[in-house]
Design a protein around this ligand. Sequence first.
Ligand SMILES: O=C(CO)[C@@H](O)[C@H](O)COP(=O)(O)O
Ligand SMILES: [Fe+2]
Length: 228
Amino acid sequence: MAVQINPSILSADFARLAEETKAVEGADWLHVDVMDNHFVPNLTLGVPVVESLARATETPLDCHLMIENADRWAPQYVEAGAGSVTFHAEAAAAPVRLAREIRAKGARASMALKPATPIEPYEDLLPELDMVLIMTVEPGFGGQSFLDIMLPKIRRTRELITKHGLELWLQVDGGVSASTIERCADAGADVFVAGSAVYGAEDPAEAVRALRAQARSATATAAWACAH
Ligand SMILES: O=C(CO)[C@@H](O)[C@H](O)COP(=O)(O)O
Ligand SMILES: [Fe+2]
């Protein structure tokens, strides 16, 4: 099973974003946290910055939208150059229509769940998606501690993906580091967002390689991956 490591530029230096994308060359995707100070109590960046980032790097952009009114805004992030757009289930009025619109515009469609939002009500939507994001912290800030009470939700989500024979990716985001990534991989995650663990490291590119190696070896012995 392939694993992917997506550094979050939330922990990068926002005054040097183009250079910071180069610091993690070799990463699978660049994770871009969009926050509107309404859906979460923090404000980051919007469409114009995503357009500039898309021009500045060859690494595809994985935009995580922590914004209200996702139905209106998410398609604009595809037009801005994102290769994957994640909206929050809690912020989308019509998630099926939105996922179809994101795909029709040419990006991967992904849906995120806050820690208190269960996966089960969304089981029938999974075929409409390319990825599910299980938040392992409350969204809003980098550098928080990993919530290991989310591990059962990661396992249940992986079981649903397997049960339906789907190809969709399972992303985890929040507190993912050398000390937590193996538990996430064992539970069923295959796409790992890491902000402070990458940009807080002396050598961010090396941190990406080390996290990938850890995730790969944990996946190699994980029951969910061996059953494939
Ligand atoms: O979406 C978010 C936070 O809301 C994340 O993408 C953070 O940026 C991850 O940062 P770390 O927990 O890895 O430091
Ligand atoms: Fe994120």
